[in-house]
Ligand binder design. Structure first.
Ligand SMILES: Cc1cc2nc3c(=O)[nH]c(=O)nc-3n(C[C@H](O)[C@H](O)[C@H](O)COP(=O)(O)OP(=O)(O)OC[C@H]3O[C@@H](n4cnc5c(N)ncnc54)[C@H](O)[C@@H]3O)c2cc1C
Ligand code: FES
Length: 424
């Protein structure tokens, strides 16, 4: 009887042991598979980093110093008063891969001008190795000074520059670019021709087949000035991760039928409009547009709770968005406007002037006092207004795109911190 029981118990025990062994083997196999998967992922991340580093090294080695000759390959009208220029290198060599949002600096010899004129224009497409593209808006006389001459370089581009012309161009640069290392949702906000660097960003996201969530707010006056309409509509139709919101501030009669198709709102792009589309503030914001729009939006976004480091902006004209700026009177050792004793000496011209915050920057102060300093972008980007600082300290009202040697300063975006002597 006992013997009869021992056999089944033995069999059951052996079965249990076998099952346990089986479970342990499967677990060990799963663990090994998991480790292999993890190792594979780590390897892929490493490979990506190496490829990225190689790409960066390659990009740097392709960039050039000073000016390089480019041929205008195509000139295309994008909207009323906006023209694109496709540029190929005169030497036909490969072009550096710039960061979406960066700009080119042009040096133009314009008939009737004693010196070359410098201007910056943002790259308006995703990076390509065979050509660059910039898109330029013709600038008229200011409404409050209708007798002033219209914009020099933008009109020169529109009227004089034609296919086959050769232009002097500096390598792409600038600190306003889309961070592509991560996939954080992005909000792109464009006003008028400020669309150019943001178009480069959105085209780069598309070219990288990224699934990054993007909200693109684009404000223009009306349908006639609505540049890149077809290309943006196509992008949105093919990429559900990209949402486009167009606002016309002054739609024409013929625009009215297109509401809901070409544009979605009447009015300006402001924080109320943005809030009605976004659930939260944790986006990276990229802004480019007229000074008033940028100033207003910057303040509104900060008030809404967007972290300062998440707001990136580009000024096309004199720097107006000065997040980093501490007025001189607030700086230790600084002085107030009321009793300003800060002096700026222009050593070569033999002039000493009292600094007032209202002067804005050292370039404006120099010009107001008849001291000649060459200038181009007046936004810290082209490097034309650079002068040597003989003594004293300066601070910048905004980040500069142009590279600088030690002991020099970009006067168009500089304010003094105490007395300064400039070599001008
Ligand atoms: C980084 C960066 C990127 C840029 N990207 C682009 C871009 O992608 N596309 C684009 O179109 N622009 C861009 N710009 C702007 C561009 O560089 C020029 O500033 C713009 O084209 C105007 O230059 P302009 O020579 O035509 O006008 P300017 O000759 O510099 O004149 C500017 C304004 O001043 C007025 N003016 C001239 N003389 C007087 C006077 N005596 N009294 C009163 N008013 C006067 C003119 O009528 C005009 O309205 C960018 C600028 C920067 C800094
Ligand atoms: S004028 Fe271009 S950097 Fe100052």
């Amino acid at each position: 009887m006992a013997d009869a029981l021992i056999l089944p118990i033995g069999l059951v025990t052996a079965g249990l042991v076998a099952a346990r062994l089986g479970v342990l083997t499967i677990a060990a196999w799963q663990q090994a598979a998991y480790r292999r998967e993890q190792d594979q992922l780590t390897l892929e991340v490493m490979r990506e980093r190496i490829a990225e580093a190689k790409k960066r090294r390659n990009e740097n080695s392709l960039a050039w110093n000073g000016y390089r000759k480019f041929v205008v390959h195509r000139k295309v009208v994008e909207a009323e008063g906006v023209c694109s220029f496709y540029l190929v290198a005169h030497d036909h060599k490969s072009l550096p891969v710039y960061k979406p949002g960066q700009y080119l600096t042009f040096r133009l010899s314009i008939p009737g001008r004693d010196k070359p004129v410098i201007r910056c224009y943002s790259l308006s497409d995703c990076p390509r190795s065979d050509h660059y593209r910039v898109s330029i808006k013709r600038v008229g006389s200011p409404p409050d000074a209708p007798s002033a001459p219209p914009g020099l370089v933008s009109n020169y581009f529109h009227e004089q520059v034609t296919e086959g012309d050769i232009l002097d161009v500096q390598a792409p640069r600038g600190h306003f670019f889309l961070e592509t290392e991560h996939e954080r949702p992005a909000v792109l906000i464009a006003g008028g021709v400020g669309v150019t660097p943001l178009l480069s960003m959105v085209n780069s996201i598309v070219a990288a087949r990224s699934q990054r969530e993007v909200f693109f707010f684009y404000g223009v006056r009306n349908g006639r000035e609505h540049a890149f309409r077809e290309v943006l509509n196509r992008v949105v139709a093919q990429h559900p991760n990209i949402r486009l919101v167009v606002a016309y501030s002054r739609p024409n009669q013929e625009d009215e039928k297109q509401e809901g198709r070409d544009y979605h709102h009447v009015g300006r792009v402001d924080v109320q409009l943005i809030k009605s589309y976004l659930q939260a503030t944790n986006y990276q914001f990229y802004l480019c547009g007229p000074p008033t729009m940028m100033e207003t939006l910057n303040k509104q976004l900060t008030r809404w709770g967007v972290a300062e480091q998440d707001i990136h902006s580009e000024a096309f004209g004199p720097a107006t968005v000065s997040k980093a700026f501490t007025p001189p009177q607030a700086v230790a050792g600084g002085v107030s406007d009321q009793a300003s004793t800060t002096t700026i000496t222009f050593a070569k011209s033999g002039k000493t002037c009292v600094w007032k915050n209202a002067a804005g920057n050292l370039l404006d102060l120099a010009e107001a006092n008849g001291v000649r300093i060459d200038s181009g972008c007046r936004a810290g980007n082209c490097g034309t207004c650079v002068v040597a600082v003989k003594s004293g300290q300066i601070q910048y009202v905004t980040e500069h795109g142009a590279e600088l040697e030690e002991g020099t300063c970009l006067t168009c975006i500089a304010a003094p911190q105490g007395n300064v002597v400039l070599d001008a």
